[in-house]
Design a protein around this ligand. Structure first.
Ligand SMILES: [Zn+2]
Length: 163
């Protein structure tokens, strides 16, 4: 009698783990161990016949949201600079309280700031490049140390003036 119970428990545990791992592999968060334990083979069949959880619905809705946002922007909508919500063109004030005009003004300022810092990085890179070339001339003897220092000084001060 005890022997039969032990066999039953071992079989239950095996089916419990098997069913639970099938269900977990299919992407479910549920614990099917006890279903497997008590219903054994039957639970395994049910678990195997369950469809896999794919996150299709989730990503589809994300894609849809993205398409909707793009559509709103294409039709003259605007993006709030503060909370990044997308608002239709006829919305004059975002749900966070930011007005359309203010948001667009700040967006323009941000873009200008980014563009000018790019230009600064560019001019600085050019300056460094030129100094490197003058350094080669100095090393080869084509320029004296004084000439090199003067060139370097001129480049550095013009770079500072441009920024
Ligand atoms: Zn906002």
């Amino acid at each position: 009698m005890i022997f039969i119970i032990i066999i039953y428990i071992i079989q239950g545990v095996i089916f419990g783990f098997a069913v639970d791992s099938v269900i977990t592999n299919k992407g479910y968060n549920d614990n099917w161990f006890w279903l497997g334990f008590f219903f054994g083979f039957f639970a395994l069949i049910v678990a195997l016949s369950k469809p896999e959880v794919t996150h299709v619905h989730y990503s589809e809705s994300l894609l849809l949201q993205k398409a909707q946002k793009e559509h709103i922007l294409d039709t003259g909508g605007w993006k709030c600079c503060f909370c990044h919500s997308i608002n239709a063109f006829n919305v004059t004030s975002c749900s966070c309280g930011m007005s359309k005009d203010e948001s667009e003004r700040r967006m323009r300022e941000k873009q200008q700031a980014a563009a000018s810092s790019d230009a600064f990085a560019q001019s600085e890179a050019e300056t460094i490049e030129l100094i490197g070339q003058y350094k080669k001339l100095l090393d080869s003897g084509a320029l004296t140390q004084q000439e090199f220092d003067a060139k370097k000084q001129a480049l550095l001060s013009s770079a500072t003036h441009r920024s």
